[in-house]
Design a protein around this ligand. Structure first.
Ligand SMILES: [Zn+2]
Length: 454
């Protein structure tokens, strides 16, 4: 076992300079759809990885949001999947300081991207820098795959990887970041959910009618309500044919992890949302399985007719809705989309248009018993002083399937996010003490990973 004293001391001594570096990166406004900002963040990333000593490649170089790949070290390869693009900072008036003028307050750096994903990306870079400074070389081979389109669903990633299939070869992968609970216990997530987002649209009459004709004119809002309702059983469970066709049965280990989630978390949800029962009256393990292991179908918005101030008595001609479906292995978003369309056709809603809003992503789950998960857990425990909580999946979506599935590369995550990180929200921040612990964990992880069996 390596003596980590020198490494930890180096990390502690470097934090001020590293924090200044993160501030520099966070002052770049690399929001999706901002070509100048994306180009600047892309070039900054290229320069940083080169300074680290990586061989760097820009795939899709003509593109402002190109994929940056940096590789360093020898031995087993771990792919770190990161991104330099950002969610929009708006609404700006809810920030206590401007989102692209990073400030440190109460030990946290506040800026858009401080955690997601510039801070998590740099924490991994810093860990390698510490290895280089103190040990002379990183213990294994590290590949950074840094996207510029993650926040818009990675529309070009699969294409970039198709022309460079060797980038899909690795002994393991780390998702973009990770988190810590409110008792400073680190969390390891073994996977990521998939996602399909669609918009529904229908028109019933040529233009909005005078509502005195409501007895005669088909109402678009009502028709949309019926179409949406047809997707669910009377208890609110999604029930359209084929939704669960390709869902893999969870392994005994996955089931056990789900059932080990404390019941108190369910009670907290009931309290926080001021309800006395969940959808379909789910409780206990049934509620946990539904939340974690089953696909969801969520109505995220519905709009039709006149909803502004005053009264306007119309029969609406058009209605729209958005659905997001969170997927599990081994569902293919395009097949789920086909089944959704088939459902509407076979239920008498042939006129309803279903448009996919983003390239769907597939879920990807590694086994909780996989050596990479165990390596992460062993790396975290001494730094955080408690055993990590291992979870089957991150509830969010990320393009891990594109990167890992072709060669069954196992994956896990860890990082510095906490319940107050506010990723995607105003006042996003990175706790610098958590960032430091994440760097120290990363060094230990690289050692564990280098010596783990395939
Ligand atoms: Zn992110």
């Amino acid at each position: 076992m390596r003596d980590y004293e020198a490494i930890d001391a180096h990390v502690a001594a470097s934090m001020p300079a590293w924090t200044a570096e993160l501030s520099e990166l966070c002052s770049i406004r690399s929001e999706a759809g901002d070509p100048d900002g994306l180009r600047q963040a892309r070039d900054w990333t290229v320069g940083r990885l080169q300074r680290l000593g990586c061989s760097v490649d820009v795939i899709g170089a003509e593109d402002d949001a190109a994929l940056v790949v940096g590789e360093i070290g020898e031995g087993r390869t771990v792919t770190c999947v990161q991104h330099y693009d950002l969610q929009p900072a708006a609404p700006l008036d809810l920030w206590t300081s401007p989102p692209y003028e990073p400030v440190i307050r109460d030990g946290a750096l506040i800026a858009r991207g401080a955690e997601d994903n510039k801070g998590e990306f740099l924490a991994r870079v810093w860990a390698i820098e510490a290895c280089l400074e103190v040990l002379g070389r990183p213990p294994c081979r590290i590949r950074f795959v840094v996207e510029g389109e993650e926040e818009i669903g990675s529309p070009h990633l699969a294409g970039y990887l198709d022309v460079r299939p060797e980038l899909r070869e690795a002994a393991g992968a780390l998702m973009e970041g990770g988190s810590v609970d409110d008792q400073d216990r680190p969390i390891v997530q073994c996977g990521i959910r998939g996602m399909l987002v669609v918009e529904l649209a229908l028109r019933t009459i040529a233009y909005d009618g005078h509502s005195s004709l409501a007895a005669l004119l088909p109402n678009a809002a009502m028709r949309m309500s019926q179409a949406i309702a047809s997707l669910f059983d009377t208890d609110g469970r999604p029930s359209f044919a084929g939704l669960s066709d390709d869902v893999l049965a969870p392994s005994p280990e996955q089931r056990a992890l789900v059932e080990a989630v404390p019941d108190g978390l369910l009670d907290m949800l009931l309290q926080a949302f001021e309800i006395d029962r969940f959808v379909a009256g789910r409780t206990g393990n049934e509620a946990k399985r539904a939340a974690i292991l089953e696909p969801t179908c969520n109505v995220s918005g519905v709009w039709s007719g006149y909803t502004l101030a005053g009264i306007k008595t119309i029969t609406p001609a058009e209605a729209h809705a958005r659905l997001d479906l969170r997927l599990v292995p081994d569902q293919d978003p395009d097949e789920v989309l086909d089944r959704l369309r088939n459902h509407f056709r076979s239920h008498g809603f042939a006129e309803l248009e279903v448009t996919k809003l983003a390239p769907g992503t597939r879920a990807y789950w590694s086994s909780p018993t996989d050596p990479i998960v165990q390596a992460v857990a062993r790396a975290l425990e001494p730094v955080w002083g408690s055993r990590p909580t291992i979870l089957v999946t991150d509830p969010g979506a990320a393009p891990m399937w594109d990167i890992c599935a072709a060669n069954s590369v196992p994956q896990a995550d860890f990082g510095a996010a906490y319940s107050g990180s506010r990723a995607h929200a105003p006042n996003e921040n990175l706790r610098l003490d958590y960032a430091e612990r994440t760097v120290r964990s990363m060094v230990r992880f690289l050692d564990e990973f280098a010596s783990a069996a395939d």
